[in-house]
Design a protein around this ligand. Structure first.
Ligand SMILES: *Cc1c(COP(=O)(O)O)cnc(C)c1O
Length: 370
């Protein structure tokens, strides 16, 4: 058996020990004579699995009881609609445009309420996070994408939330799909945090929503589908209908792996070591460069481009890089078409050895093609 180093932006690599455990339990989970895939979600064997996953995520992120933790389906993309549908009261929300994912969220929100894009780095190709000191206005919520998977930026600060006429602060909503549990995060600064699990937590199929309970309203629009009402899922412990049972089981194992490796602090240390190693290499290189401004750089998704003024030649070199890297066991390094070049996603499960192997390959490629 040979395993590659997988730099995919998502779905992405999982800790090998998690895959091994799941393989061992595949045919007979803890003496039940069944796979977790085959079990009723209401069975005695399954109940502790989902409860354990929730308890672990609560411990790892210090989530207070005043927040509900929901395991939903439909991907992070469904949250782009669920958020405005459920939070709409005043009829207006503030969004900050930091790339493709915030754009998709903006487009969807506009179906339900009026959207003020209060800041954007679009003109500059989304190469940095705009500076927003404070958001003020009669907004139902303000929305940010904490880590921008495609362009490789992340928020290194949070804007201050203004007070509305009724005396309450504007709730901050953040898409944390590509950075959840990559480092500590103060949950109490947010009204809603949500993440598609397929980047840092699990295989695809579950979306984690962490929502302050007072935002779970009694009566959203009566036309809101039951499945898109947060209250449905909060009241039923994410068991209103069949949850993505197997994905939640694997997520529980990934969360246990994070706990065993120092929790959110441990992940931060591990991720900073990996990311700094690659950024330092890019800084020193005369062949590659990072397109992202220093104070906005992501710990998780690191795009890099080759210095080459001839566009055709650059495209050829990119193709050659991706193909030769794959042949060397370093896969999924093609950049997003919007950014070009290459992108290495260094999620929690990527090892330092993987990053070292990538840098060694990059160095060899640079020498051969300079
Ligand atoms: C991947 C990603 C999404 C989309 O997630 P789906 O689960 O595929 O809907 C949304 N936001 C960010 C920041 C992402 O990285």
């Amino acid at each position: 058996m040979s395993r590659v180093y997988n730099f995919s932006a998502g779905p992405s690599c999982l800790p090998e020990s998690v895959l091994q455990e799941a393989a061992q339990e595949m045919l007979d989970y803890k003496g039940t004579g069944q796979s977790v895939m085959e079990m009723s979600h209401r069975s005695k064997a399954y109940e502790p699995i989902i409860q354990d996953a929730e308890a672990r995520i609560r411990r790892l992120m210090n989530i207070p009881d005043s927040y509900a933790v929901l395991f939903l389906q439909g991907g992070a993309s469904t949250q782009f609609a669920m958020i405005p549908m459920n939070l709409k009261k005043l009829g207006k929300a503030a969004y900050i445009d930091t790339g493709v994912w915030s754009n998709k969220a903006i487009k969807e929100a506009k179906k339900y309420l009026s959207v003020d894009v209060v800041a954007s780095s679009r003109q500059e190709g989304y190469t940095f996070i705009p500076k927003v000191d404070k958001i003020e206005g009669e907004y139902d919520y303000a929305y940010i994408t904490l880590n921008n998977t495609i362009v490789g930026t992340k928020w290194s600060y949070l804007p201050e939330m203004g007070t509305r006429a009724d005396g309450t602060a504007i709730p901050l909503v953040a898409d944390v799909s590509s950075c959840i549990l990559s480092e500590p995060l103060d949950v109490t600064k947010f009204g809603i945090l949500f993440a598609g699990a397929q980047k840092n937590l699990a295989p695809a199929g579950v979306t984690v929503v962490i929502i302050r309970r007072d935002l779970i309203t009694e009566f959203p629009d009566p036309l809101t589908p039951t499945m898109l009402d947060y209250k449905t899922h909060a009241d039923s412990g994410s068991m209103y209908n069949t949850p993505p049972c197997y994905t939640i089981y694997i997520m529980g194992k990934v969360l246990a792996w994070i706990e065993a490796n120092g929790g959110a602090e441990g992940m931060k240390k591990r991720n900073e070591e990996k990311a700094h190693m690659l950024y330092d290499y890019l800084e020193k290189s005369t062949f590659y460069k990072s397109p992202v401004e220093k104070d906005s750089r992501s710990l998780m998704n690191i795009p890099f481009v080759i210095y080459e003024t001839d566009e055709e030649k650059e495209k050829e070199l990119n193709k050659k890089f991706v193909a030769e890297a794959a042949a060397a066991g370093l896969v999924n390094l093609a950049g997003h078409r919007l950014v070009g070049g290459m992108r290495a996603s260094l999620y929690n499960a990527m090892s330092l050895d993987g990053v070292k192997a990538l840098i060694a390959f990059m160095d060899k490629f640079a020498k051969e093609n300079a």
